[in-house]
Design a protein around this ligand. Structure first.
Ligand SMILES: Cc1ncc(COP(=O)(O)O)c(C=O)c1O
Length: 394
């Protein structure tokens, strides 16, 4: 069999369970709370057109030519401005452009993980990060989360028992958990990393989608305060605030890691599409991003409010959840023993789908959980979706 020729680490790599399960979600009449994609109706098509015109009129040489692996310098400079509002003070030199955060994670995994190295993730965690770490043959451990995000006391107990290489965390408006690490726990986590000398990979695609005026300081920001910059790596992306199809994200890395990341980036794809980078840069220069963010925040907040209200009213006796403070996801748990993977075929009959929670665990999944995304469904659609979920209950 030719498949025996596959590398052993690839043999265990399965297609995303979510994609398989949600194949049906495009069926006529089905309301999908499953997809994790931004609402395309909110794309700033006018702004993107202006940016594209400017690329074509003033930047053709750079946008259609090979570029340097670190990324276009002016874009790296612009990103320093964006992250300054996220309590990160860095020079363009430490910003490296990637083809989205997913690539950031892949490059980091290859740069940092030797087979068997222990990587600690949240319970639940971002599914595609699990895939990347498994491909790198990491040994995965997980720590529980509650309404204040990762339980850092539990992590502390773990690091006292065994040596770990890194913690991977989505601390702000997380995917899939929809929870946000509290300020005391942020500080505690960064101090713990300093004391026990492990890395923190901070994945931050959602912090701009904030439903309130409360700002959460990034872990990278805390690292500046407590002199732990060598241990904290930050990645973010334009996917959720501009357009995921552009595939532009970035890494902010400590000096000791920079050359290795650049070497890996070269070996992977030479550089991120110069056309996409140039488009993104020109978009930022239009000055339209702040208004665009306002639009996304207001729309997702309203949808989140509708979903929370309907869930409480219609299913509050069966389901519990933490109200998201931002982002795109709500994580719910049945109060009784329940298998949400089995339930999916039933809800599909009623014309509504979600993502069963079990896929977001590296081991011992809690099968009574589910992830609901409100970002791309109309308010009316959300009300109807909850009614259908209720009708599908056993
Ligand atoms: C937590 C998390 N990290 C990374 C990504 C990948 O984002 P990008 O489109 O920048 O590759 C996603 C996308 O859904 C995500 O939710």
């Amino acid at each position: 069999m030719s498949s025996q020729k596959l590398a052993s680490r690839v043999k265990d790599l399965h297609p995303s369970a979510i994609r398989e399960l949600l194949k049906h979600s495009k069926m006529e009449g089905v309301i999908s709370l499953g997809g994790g994609i931004p609402n395309p109706q909110l794309f700033d098509t006018e702004g993107l057109q202006i940016a594209l015109d400017r690329v074509m009129s003033s930047d053709v040489n750079e946008a259609f030519q090979y570029g340097i692996s670190e990324g276009i310098p002016a874009l790296r400079e612009a990103i320093c401005g964006i992250v300054a509002d996220r309590s990160i003070h860095c020079s363009a030199d430490s910003v490296l452009i990637t083809s989205g955060s997913q690539q950031s994670l892949d490059i980091l995994a290859r740069a940092l993980i030797n087979p068997g190295d222990v990587i600690v993730v949240e319970r639940p965690t971002y599914l595609a990060a699990l895939q990347v770490f498994q491909l790198a043959e990491a040994s995965l451990e997980s720590v529980s989360t509650d309404g204040e995000g990762m339980n850092v006391d539990e992590l502390e107990a773990l690091v006292q028992r065994q040596r770990i290489k890194a913690v991977y965390i989505v601390p702000t408006f997380g995917n899939p958990g929809g929870v946000t690490l509290s300020e005391p726990r942020r500080k505690q986590l960064v101090e713990l990393s300093k004391r026990h000398d492990f890395l923190i990979i901070e994945d931050d695609p959602y912090s701009e989608i904030n439903f309130s005026n409360t700002q959460f300081k990034t872990l990278r920001g805390y690292a500046e305060e407590c002199d732990n910059l060598d241990n904290v790596i930050y990645t973010s992306t334009f996917s959720k605030i501009l357009a995921p199809g552009a595939r532009v994200g970035w890494l902010i890395v400590p000096d000791w890691l920079k050359q290795a990341v650049v070497n890996l980036k070269q070996a992977t794809d030479l550089h991120t599409s110069t056309l996409s980078q140039s488009l993104t840069l020109h978009y930022l220069q239009t000055g339209r991003l702040p208004a665009q963010l306002e639009l996304i925040r207001a729309s997702y907040k309203e949808k989140c409010d509708v979903l929370c209200h309907e869930l409480e009213k219609e299913l509050g006796d069966r389901l519990s959840f933490h109200r998201p403070l931002g982002g795109m996801f709500l994580w719910a748990t049945f109060k009784e023993e329940f298998d949400t993977t089995l339930w999916l075929s039933k809800t599909l009959e009623h014309g509504v789908v979600y993502v069963p929670g079990e896929f977001f665990y590296c081991s011992e999944p809690n099968r009574s959980t589910l992830r609901l995304s409100y970002a791309s469904v109309s308010n009316e659609g959300l009300r109807e979706a909850v009614a259908r979920l209720k009708a599908a209950l056993p």
